[in-house]
Write a protein that binds this ligand. Structure first.
Ligand code: KG4
Ligand code: ZN
Length: 353
């Protein structure tokens, strides 16, 4: 006798009632092709990241067309590896998840198409995930005790936001950058110092050996109490480096890197702690690529300890783009009954709030 096929809607309701799901997630919004299997939003069964950095380094930044093509070539392999490392086959996962924005449109589309195809073939529910919500959710993987509400500093290549996480999937924006994102500022400063792409981690490593007080940079002025601005700092930094070069003077790269990192980090810490104190946040978390920054982690820990606010951070490997964070975010969306139709499209300008 033929086994009756359970509809996607029936599967979704069954999973919600059980409060349990093992999700295969794919992330392709920028320059990492990443897949993972995550159980109940909290446990990583596998996490495979294929970085395209080598492909883009030659050009000093991400080339969108190259990224899309590399995702197409890598996604099958990365998904297979994630399943294999989890010791599972596609029919054994409960649902599929994919990042649908924000990000590069071509890069997003390759992931969305791949997972729509797999969801259709396997007859499984598909969950659409906001990349920034993914970054926030990386905290749930590294910190079993963390539950909303809490305040989160989201600092990536495209975002510098202070958000209140009211509940899973519910956010209030308290502050944001008026110009560059923190990661973008790090990348630009690194380029001026002649450091290869991606600049953030390079500046961070070089800064460990430099004097943070070598070049005092202007304190940013932003309109809102919890808003950020990095453009003044960045321009002052660029001018100082160009002046040294024009004079033919030696350029002390480590000291310059340390000075820039210090200025960005002090600003991030000051506003995030102020917001946490003034809104009586029960806890503070950090998310996004820049939360891997060594000085930011140290300084935020000191400031949070001083303010008596518990601080949570994703472990370093979960700060930058990965599939596990998408699998975590997807679980809480699935538990709210939010699945995506197979007409799902990429939304490059998707917002968190
Ligand atoms: O979150 P992410 O991996 O991708 C986006 O969603 O944008 O963040 C990438 C950004 C890049 O700008 C990169 O330079 C920065 O995070 N980044 C860092 C560090 N690691 C990554 N910035 C400063 N220090 C780091 N250690
Ligand atoms: Zn990211």
């Amino acid at each position: 006798m033929m086994k009756e096929i359970e509809s996607v809607q029936a599967q979704r309701e069954r999973l919600r009632q059980a409060g349990h799901a093992r999700i295969l997630a794919l992330e392709t919004s920028c320059d990492e092709t990443a897949a993972a299997v995550v159980e109940d939003g909290r446990r990583i069964l596998s996490n495979v990241v294929f970085s395209q950095i080598d492909l883009h380094a030659l050009y000093g930044g991400v080339v969108p067309e190259i990224a899309s093509r590399a995702h197409v070539e890598a996604c099958d392999r990365v998904v297979d590896e994630a399943l294999q490392q989890a010791g599972m086959t596609l029919p054994e996962v409960d649902a599929l998840a994919v990042t649908y924005g924000p990000g590069l449109v071509g890069a997003l589309l390759t992931g969305v198409s791949c997972m729509k195809g797999l969801a259709y073939a396997a007859g499984k529910p598909l969950v659409a995930v906001n990349h920034i919500e993914g970054h926030v959710s990386a905290n749930y993987l590294s910190n079993p005790a963390l539950v909303p509400p809490f305040l989160c500093l989201v600092v990536s290549g495209g975002h510098s936001h202070v958000v209140r996480v009211n509940d899973y999937g519910s956010y209030t924006l308290l502050g944001q950058t008026m110009d560059d994102a923190a990661g973008e500022a790090f990348d630009k400063a690194a380029r001026v110092l002649g450091l290869p792409y991606p600049g953030g981690p390079r500046i961070d490593a070089l800064a460990e050996e430099g004097d943070p007080h070598y070049l005092p940079l202007p304190h940013p002025h932003a309109p809102g109490r919890y808003d950020y601005s990095f453009s003044g700092m960045k321009t002052a930094f660029l001018n100082a480096v160009h002046q040294l070069e024009m004079k033919g003077a030696p350029v002390p790269k480590a000291d310059l890197a340390a000075s820039f990192r210090y200025a960005v980090v002090e600003s991030l810490v000051e506003k995030a702690i102020l917001a946490a104190k003034e809104t009586n946040a029960p806890a503070l978390a950090m998310a996004g690529g820049v939360s891997a920054n060594r000085l930011l982690r140290r300084r935020m820990q000191e400031a949070a300890d001083q303010a008596g606010i518990p601080l949570y951070m994703p472990e370093i490997r979960l700060c930058t783009d990965n599939g596990a964070m998408i699998g975590s975010a997807a679980f809480y969306r699935l538990m709210k009954g939010e699945t995506a139709p197979l007409t799902l499209n990429a939304v490059p300008g998707l917002r968190l709030v």
